[in-house]
Write a new protein. Structure first.
Length: 514
């Protein structure tokens, strides 16, 4: 049995660890699904690395972006004053997990219901002469079109309920706005950050350098988390003071602010900031010609902070978003996905002409000039691919794959045969070998059982022969103990129950009991 296993294992090992590639085809040998990063090297028979890697290469992980796309209709609202196909999508919001709204440059609202699979375009009937493009801000009840010096509200349940926001403050710059509860927060550059009270006819309060206690500010982006009712934590990206953290309490139209931390991270290189539910802070930076994202851990109670990880990006960064699994980095044509919990390298993917990305749950939403789209990220893992350009060579090359997983560093060696006749064990041969192996095991078990039974039988026969050599009464007791006990019991009963005299109980000399 051991000899059989010793002889068959090298054959199976060779069949499983060798690959065969023919001329004229790019062949994918295998995938490394659990690899976070990987390196392929060529080795010689002494396991020394050969610098020139030939014929095989490592295909990097890529993001598959297959999903749903929705095209903006071009003939919904004809206008002789506008050229055909001039309407373009410029912004979008996601409400819940199924309602997508896109705003067009001609003030149309493109609505998609994923549950009902309905698309519709609404004419907002807004006339304005603004030069800059608005930001579409959404909440559970209404939309706001926010310009630097003008804003328009509308109730999407009743589009007739709309109008200008009279108390909107005109600003030279307005970078990013967001609705939290019944408050609208808006960063306005060197003027600070505005807070609008939506339920109070958009009365506003400004967090400026005086109220915060700084000599100068230049706010470009922010993210906010809610600590408890009426209490918020503001993370503001400032071009002068780096990241600043403010404890904010809003009660009865009164705003109380307290500066907790400042000068976090590089001061003047920030592009965008966002946080996840664990309150890790992610900031995109540009230093000279290098783009990168830093993950910060900020302890506002202890007033301490530190950087957790840095992720280098090879292209320009426009914006970032984050959920519990990954960071989404928006570029121009090349974008990146980073699974930050595993400290992975950035995974690039191509989507041209993307205006905006929005993360909602496990899905990525986005808009181009004519389309709204939705997809769930699906990673194609590292692959080993091989190709040979000539059929005149028959060669064998050894490779070594070194890769990192969540469990640590791993490696795998394999051999590739180019233009050689495959040494392949057909599948039915493998089944035959397995069947022979199983039958051998069964025969071995049956033989052991037979041998044990045979040994027991021989021992029983030897014991019986020894017993028969004993005196008759002794042998009878050993050979037929049950019969002896029954007869003996009857004799005892007779002796104990019949009251004979002593002379009557004496047996004759030649009388037998049995």
């Amino acid at each position: 049995m051991l000899l059989f296993i010793y002889l068959i294992l090298p054959t199976l090992n060779k069949a499983l660890q060798s690959y065969f590639v023919k001329f004229g085809e790019v062949q994918t040998l295998f995938e490394i699904k659990d690899a976070l990063d990987a390196q392929l090297v060529q080795i010689d028979d002494n396991n020394k690395i050969i610098n020139n890697l030939q014929f095989c290469y490592l295909s990097n992980r890529t993001l598959l972006t297959e999903g749903q796309t929705f095209q903006l209709p071009s003939d919904q609202f004809k206008n002789d004053s506008l050229p055909e196909n001039s309407d373009l999508l410029i912004d979008m919001v996601i409400l819940g997990q199924s309602e997508i709204y896109g705003l067009t440059i001609n003030n149309h609202l493109f609505h998609i219901s994923l549950i009902n699979e309905i698309t519709k375009v609404y004419d907002l009937n807004i006339i304005n002469e603004q030069i800059s493009l608005p930001q579409l801000i959404g909440s559970s009840e209404y939309f706001i079109l926010a310009y630097p010096n003008y804003a328009h509200y509308l109730d999407f349940r009743n589009l007739q309920n709309q109008g200008n926001i009279e108390n909107w403050q005109s600003r030279q710059s307005r970078y990013y706005s967001q609705i939290i509860d019944c408050y609208l927060f808006s960063v306005i550059g060197s003027d600070g950050l505005e807070i609008y009270f939506i339920n109070q006819n958009y009365q506003s309060y400004t967090l400026d350098k005086q109220s915060i206690g700084l000599q100068a500010v230049d706010f470009r982006d922010f993210s906010i988390s809610k600590l408890k009712e009426m209490n918020y934590l503001l993370y503001i990206l400032c071009k002068i003071n780096g990241i600043i953290v403010i404890d904010l309490t809003i009660q009865n139209e009164k705003v109380l602010s307290k500066l907790l931390l400042k000068n976090i991270g590089p001061k003047n290189d920030g592009i965008a900031i966002t946080i996840n539910n664990d309150d890790f802070v992610f900031v995109a930076y540009k230093t000279k010609n290098q783009y990168y994202v830093i993950q910060f851990n900020i302890e506002f109670i202890n007033k301490k902070w530190g950087s957790v990880a840095r992720f280098n990006i090879s292209n320009k960064i426009v914006d970032i978003g984050v959920n519990e699994k990954f960071i989404l980095v928006q570029g121009f044509h090349t974008h990146f996905l980073i699974y930050y919990q595993d400290k992975e390298n950035a995974i690039p993917f191509q989507l041209t002409s993307v205006k905006q990305f929005v993360l909602s749950g496990d899905y990525i939403y986005g808009t181009t000039s004519k389309y709204l789209f939705q997809f769930k990220p699906n990673i194609q893992p590292y692959q080993i691919k091989c190709f040979i350009e000539t059929d005149s060579k028959q060669i064998e090359i050894r490779y070594k794959l070194i890769y990192r997983t969540n469990q640590g560093q791993k490696s795998r060696e394999f051999k590739v045969h180019f233009n050689q006749k495959p040494f392949i064990i057909p599948i039915y041969y493998l089944f035959f070998i397995l069947l022979v192996f199983l039958i051998s095991i069964l025969f071995y078990i049956a033989y052991r059982q037979y041998k044990n039974q045979r040994e027991k039988l021989v021992e029983s026969q030897q014991l019986e022969q020894k017993i028969r050599k004993l005196p008759q009464n002794r042998a009878s007791k050993l050979l037929m103990p049950y019969t002896f006990r029954v007869v003996q019991t009857n004799i005892e009963n007779r002796i104990n129950t019949i009251n004979y005299g002593d002379e009557d109980t004496i047996l004759q000399k030649d009388q037998k009991i049995f």
